[in-house]
Design a protein around this ligand. Structure first.
Ligand SMILES: Cc1cc2nc3c(=O)[nH]c(=O)nc-3n(C[C@H](O)[C@H](O)[C@H](O)COP(=O)(O)OP(=O)(O)OC[C@H]3O[C@@H](n4cnc5c(N)ncnc54)[C@H](O)[C@@H]3O)c2cc1C
Length: 406
């Protein structure tokens, strides 16, 4: 594959150069980039049009809440897997697709529309904004490189920060801001960071790690209001006035673009089969998909970088090849999260658990998650790679939780 430097594309090219493309990809995140690469690798006909709301050429998102926020790295954007887009991809930055007509095979932005033979939707997700924010309140969100640039610019002159939300991004960002030298508080309605997703025992470890880098963790607390510029009222009557506020309160998936189309959209995610196909000429990859998983045997949704890459690889390949050469999505989903100096590794179907079995390990731990039928549905490890690998293998086999506990 010949690779060109994505930065050589015109930064604000805003019009497609043709009226018809063999493939249009909406989104320039992990799913979109990986789809473009595999489509061309599988000899799909070009040119490919990639349309994105991002103002930057494709970049890696995971460092934004880690090294970029802690100050270890500048917010300049690492190319995805160290490479730009392949030749044959026309990239339109800062362009929003507002309508997709699957039957007529067209996509439209404000001032143009094009026809496609095939379409890949990789619209990811957007950060939710904070409901409690009043007009003029200065609240950062963190999804794009541009968000990270703005956030880092504020962090450079701030002494205190408030992070709202205790999901992975909230925890990573709070630890990174503290490592940068800010006094950081984290507020969450959960009883402990990520307690709902990972269980009480893992949550308690994460809380310890956050506190060890100086983050003040306030659990069981909600933000009632944020008045301009940054006056925060909590539900316990406390008032805070931080120099910087980051809301990390979840995401809204981007599959709604296909609402009112023949494709099925559930909770903002586009339903697909195992081949990631949503309709005769439409494939979906990444956070915007609710895709049938070859091993789980049910539709699952993932919000992970590596899985968006893997799904993009499948969607791009399948859009290029004949029906009898289609690939299935069957890799075990999961991700790593870095909170301060601690790396958590997590593999799971991601649709909940009913039991969580915590086990200490030398310098680390493992948590095995089971469902109500006693099947293993996830594994979380810290400094315990053997457990992580075994967990992935057991998930692949749909093994009972009891096998993991042996
Ligand atoms: C700060 C941060 C840190 C993260 N860290 C990790 C991590 O450590 N590990 C991990 O596994 N995951 C991590 N994630 C999650 C991971 O980044 C996502 O799961 C992944 O980016 C999903 O890829 P995607 O291609 O589906 O969507 P995205 O990467 O979100 O890309 C979606 C693209 O679609 C574009 N788009 C959306 N709507 C339109 C439209 N209407 N028209 C045109 N373009 C549109 C957007 O501009 C964007 O380019 C992190 C996320 C963030 C924000």
């Amino acid at each position: 594959m010949t690779v060109s430097d994505a930065s050589t594309f015109p930064r604000h090219q805003s019009l497609p150069s043709r009226e018809h493309y063999p493939l249009v990809i909406i989104g320039s995140g992990a799913g979109g980039v990986s789809a473009a690469r595999s489509y061309l690798d599988a000899a799909g006909p070009g040119p490919v049009l990639m349309v994105t709301e991002d103002i930057d050429p494709p970049y890696e998102r995971p460092p934004l809440s880690k090294e970029v926020l802690s100050g270890e790295k500048e917010p300049t954007g690492d190319p995805v897997n160290g490479e730009g887009l392949p030749d044959g991809v026309e990239l339109l930055l800062a362009s929003s697709i507002s309508a997709v007509d699957i039957e007529k095979q067209t996509v439209a932005a404000k001032s143009w529309s094009v026809e496609f033979d095939r379409l890949i939707v990789a619209t990811g997700a957007r950060s939710k904004s904070l409901h409690a924010a009043q007009e003029g309140a200065e609240i950062h969100l963190l999804r794009s490189l541009d968000d990270a640039r703005t956030l880092v610019a504020s962090a450079r002159t701030a002494y205190t920060a408030l992070v709202i939300g205790s999901g992975f991004i909230g925890c990573e960002a709070a630890a990174s801001l503290a490592q940068r030298g800010l006094n950081v508080a984290l507020v969450t309605p959960e009883n402990g960071p990520q307690e709902q997703r990972l269980g009480a025992a893992a949550s308690s470890r994460i809380k310890d790690w956050l506190e060890a880098v100086g983050v003040e963790v306030r659990t069981g607390r909600s933000v009632k209001s944020v008045a301009a510029p940054r006056v925060v009222q909590l539900d316990d009557g406390t008032s805070l006035n931080p120099d910087l506020i980051l809301a990390a309160v979840g995401v809204t998936p981007g599959g709604t673009l296909l609402d009112n189309s023949p494709a099925e959209v559930r909770g903002g995610r586009i339903m697909t089969g195992q081949h990631l196909k949503a309709h005769a000429t439409v494939w979906v990859a990444g956070d915007s998909a609710l895709a049938q998983h070859g091993v789980a045997g049910r539709p699952i949704m993932v919000e992970h970088w590596g899985d968006a890459l893997a799904m993009g690889e499948i969607a791009g390949h399948n859009a290029a090849v004949e029906q009898n050469a289609q690939k299935s999505w069957d890799s075990i989903p999961g991700f790593w999260s870095i909170i301060g100096d601690h790396t958590l590794k997590y593999s799971a179907w991601g649709d909940g658990f009913s039991t969580a079995e915590f086990r200490e390990r030398p310098d680390g731990f493992v948590v095995w998650y089971g469902d109500e039928r006693g099947e293993l549905v996830g594994v979380l490890t810290y400094n315990s790679d053997d457990d992580y690998e075994r967990g992935q293998h057991l998930l692949e086999q749909r093994a009972p939780l009891s096998h993991a506990l042996k």
